[in-house]
Design a protein around this ligand. Structure first.
Ligand SMILES: C[S@@+](CC[C@H](N)C(=O)[O-])C[C@H]1O[C@@H](n2cnc3c(N)ncnc32)[C@H](O)[C@@H]1O
Length: 304
């Protein structure tokens, strides 16, 4: 996704160290590794153990040095940073991969009957079923409303709570059925699949995606060498807002309250914005891959 734009933004040179924080099936890594021209290093991170199989294939065809680290990118980046690892280019391509959505038994899809799971890392403690069956009504309304922008969050949660008292949710289609019946009939036919927004909200909550992003961004900037580049692709407006505000604050430097007459913090800008406005996929890419429609790419370069 946004492959050429990412490649231009990160402008990887032979001999550099590249970190792909969201390896997935290795599409971006393959392009970035090609720019290393056999010299340099690519560190691949993914919290999903399934990414390791794709990495094994990638490793065989990549002449540069490669390494796979499984875990949440926020933790892995912080650990690399603590070990003084420096990078020249870092990519975070947020959200779920096509591989995850298209593997029904992972429970990410509202279109297939499967266990209601949605954990990117299956060893994490809380699945979507735990959340739906155990979280207080108020919390569920909050996440459906904020992470899913679901207009009928209250009605859906009331129906969920009624059903879970009788029988806990186990399967994706049980939840889809309850959602369909909870929303007014006309809404079932507009704005995509009626369960799309609730499934998105659950996935973000189960994987604590926004917290990971907030923790990862400072670690990523910290570990960049001067002149190093960081690119982030976001799919959700909340993610994109976190990235935009973080990049702007780091590019500004000064953190004094706006009513201070002169700067008292003496903080210098950490980065320069490479994308004053987010880059979006062209119509041709969206036609081929409709999932790309909501993608937003932003990038910065470390100054120093
Ligand atoms: C959109 S896909 C990346 C696709 C990849 N760029 C490619 O070209 O194949 C997102 C990937 O990031 C992983 N991921 C999402 N959040 C993560 C996190 N906090 N830490 C590590 N991996 C994460 C997911 O498991 C998924 O494999």
């Amino acid at each position: 996704m946004l492959a050429e734009e990412v490649r231009d933004l990160l402008a990887v040179q032979p001999g550099e160290t590249v970190i792909d924080g969201t390896f997935g099936s290795g599409g971006h890594s393959t392009l970035l590794a090609a720019d290393l021209q056999g010299r340099g290093k690519l560190i691949a991170i993914d919290r999903d153990p399934g990414a390791r199989d794709y990495f094994a294939r990638f490793e065989q065809t990549t002449p540069a040095q490669t390494r796979f680290l499984r875990g949440d990118f926020s933790l892995v980046l912080q650990q690399l940073c603590a070990n003084d690892v420096k990078a020249d280019a870092i990519l975070l391509d947020l959200g779920v991969s096509s591989m995850q959505i298209d593997t029904p038994e992972r429970g990410f899809s509202y279109a297939a009957d499967a266990p209601l799971d949605m954990r990117m890392d299956p060893s994490d403690e809380i699945s979507a079923a735990d959340l739906v069956n155990e979280w207080p009504e108020k919390e569920l309304v909050k996440i459906f409303h904020t992470y899913g922008e679901e207009r009928y969050a209250r009605q859906i949660v009331r129906a969920i709570v009624r059903r879970r008292r009788e029988q806990p949710f186990e399967r994706t289609l049980d939840l889809v059925d309850v959602i369909k019946h909870a929303i007014p009939a006309p809404a079932r036919f507009g704005e995509g699949h009626p369960a799309k927004r609730v499934f998105q909200a659950l996935r973000i909550a189960v994987n604590d995606e926004l917290v990971s992003l907030e923790d990862a961004l400072p670690a990523a900037v910290d570990m960049l060498r001067p002149g190093g580049r960081l690119a982030v692709i976001a799919f959700h407006s909340l993610e994109d807002r976190i990235v935009k505000q973080f990049f702007r604050a780091e590019a500004k430097g000064c953190i004094c309250p706006p009513d201070f007459p002169i700067c008292a913090c003496s903080r210098d800008p950490e980065v320069r914005l490479l994308t004053p406005r987010a880059l979006r996929p062209g119509t041709r890419e969206v036609a081929v891959n409709p999932r790309a429609a909501s993608a937003r790419l932003r990038g910065v370069m470390k100054v120093g």
